[in-house]
Design a protein around this ligand. Structure first.
Ligand code: PLP
Length: 421
């Protein structure tokens, strides 16, 4: 039986995974065109404008507003919806901080809600229970590329008169019942940060089918200007969230690869589902049959330590990385972050909202806890590999399972040595 790479044996993975980000002469040409045009600024430019139109059209949206990053996309959305002091916005406890910090940036309260135990996306039932007369919006995250239950959340938002915002930072090209995500509610927001499914290093976009919202959001992202009006007229609160022409040009090229890459990742992930079904203790994030295409920002799976000699997730990940399989970190529960624990977040609030008890912070969030501390994430670029790569991921996990008692013994010895010191 081959020795674990962690203890000096040979790695399962000898052939490297595809590199990320991907680029070729098309990005080179696009960047050179911007360079030589001397139009590097979005305002008089054409590249970012063309990209906005193409990205929106690809997702079945009438409008796209490119912004500096995915956090900015959420902040502009909050401002355009006039969300402010005294308001509450429902946000999953299991997400990146930006989903909640954009609400705090608007001086409103992010109310944290637990996720579904199988999809790790916002739980619709708990969302409904968290609605109060102050609730103005729900920000749902398509975790790892898997859409939230859009049937239930869209109808809940409609029934209660709330804005539904899809934080789609992980889900470019994902589909729910054959329709691209991003337009099931008021707006969809995306990130183009380096690890995302298409990238210009940084960047973001808001898409929407709502004309008045689009006008407002476009104005907020451009210092409160209105299209067609004098350059130095500023009608509402706004800031500079514009994307540069460099990024617009690169993203237009990246968008051209999205369809093929999404299909490739979706296909490989379903193969991984089948291979993992044969490994006791490995439970992949559920792919709901209504998710007809999963952008698969990450392949997330739960590890039952009992089937791996009780080893910690940390030790499992170290062994997997040693076998040559890359992973990316899961998110800690938001309610456990310093800014919530210390009360620092209250500085963004005012009036009674700043001082009253926030009951949701007393909850346990069991499904977020499990997702945060017991799941392993395979990054999207590894899913762009070939079938052999996918078989090797499963092979590495099988190898770890066979050698788990050795990992457990090593961890026990390391702890004993630490205590003795
Ligand atoms: C779920 C989610 N929302 C929002 C963001 C913010 O995007 P950005 O990093 O582009 O500001 C991210 C980025 O990591 C994210 O994962």
């Amino acid at each position: 039986m081959a020795e674990l790479a962690l203890f000096g044996g040979s790695k399962t993975k000898q052939k490297p995974f595809p590199l990320w980000p991907q680029y070729d002469d098309n990005e080179r040409r696009a960047l050179n065109e911007v360079l030589e045009s001397r139009v590097w600024w979005r305002t008089p430019g054409t590249k970012t404008l063309e990209f906005e139109k193409a990205f929106a059209e690809y997702h079945g949206a009438r409008h796209g507003i490119a912004v500096t990053n995915g956090t900015a996309a959420l902040e502009v959305t909050m401002a355009a919806l006039d969300i402010g002091p005294g308001d509450e916005v429902i946000v999953p406890d299991f997400t990146f901080i930006a989903t909640a910090s954009a609400v705090l940036f608007a001086n409103a309260l992010p109310v944290l809600v637990d996720v579904d135990p199988d999809t790790y996306c916002l739980d619709p039932e708990l969302t409904e229970a968290a609605i109060t007369p102050r609730t103005k919006a729900i920000i749902a995250v398509h975790m790892g590329g898997h859409p939230v239950d859009l049937d239930r959340l869209a109808s809940l938002a409609q029934k209660k008169g709330l804005h539904l915002i899809e934080d789609s930072a992980h889900a470019h090209g994902s589909e729910w019942r054959g329709k691209k995500i991003g337009t099931f509610g008021k707006a969809g927001t995306f990130s183009f940060q380096s690890s995302k499914l298409m990238t210009a290093g940084e960047g973001g976009i808001i898409i929407s089918n709502d004309d008045p919202f689009e006008r407002q959001a476009r104005s907020v992202h451009d210092c409160g200007r209105m299209p067609g009006e004098w350059f130095y007229s500023h009608f509402i609160y706004g800031s500079n969230y514009r994307l540069s022409e460099w990024q617009g040009a690169v993203l237009k090229v990246q968008l051209g690869r999205l369809e093929e890459q999404t299909l490739h990742r979706h296909r490989n992930s379903r193969l991984l589902d089948k291979l993992f079904a044969k490994i006791p203790g490995i439970t992949p994030q559920k792919c709901d049959p209504r998710c007809t295409r999963n952008g698969q920002y990450a392949y997330i799976f739960h590890v039952d330590a009992k089937q791996f000699a009780g080893i910690s997730t940390e030790n499992f990940i170290a062994a997997l990385n040693a076998e040559g399989i890359p992973t990316q970190a899961s998110y800690p529960p938001l309610h456990e972050l310093d800014c919530f624990r210390s009360g620092e977040y209250r500085k963004c609030l005012s009036g009674t909202q700043a001082t009253e008890k926030h009951e949701f912070l007393q909850q346990r969030f069991p499904h977020t806890q499990r997702a945060a501390w017991e799941t392993v994430w395979i990054p999207q670029f590894a899913l762009l590999g070939d079938e052999q790569d996918i078989h090797e991921i499963a092979g590495a996990i099988g190898k770890i399972q066979r050698h788990a008692p050795a990992i457990a013994a090593n961890a026990t010895q390391a702890t004993a040595e630490r205590v003795a010191r």
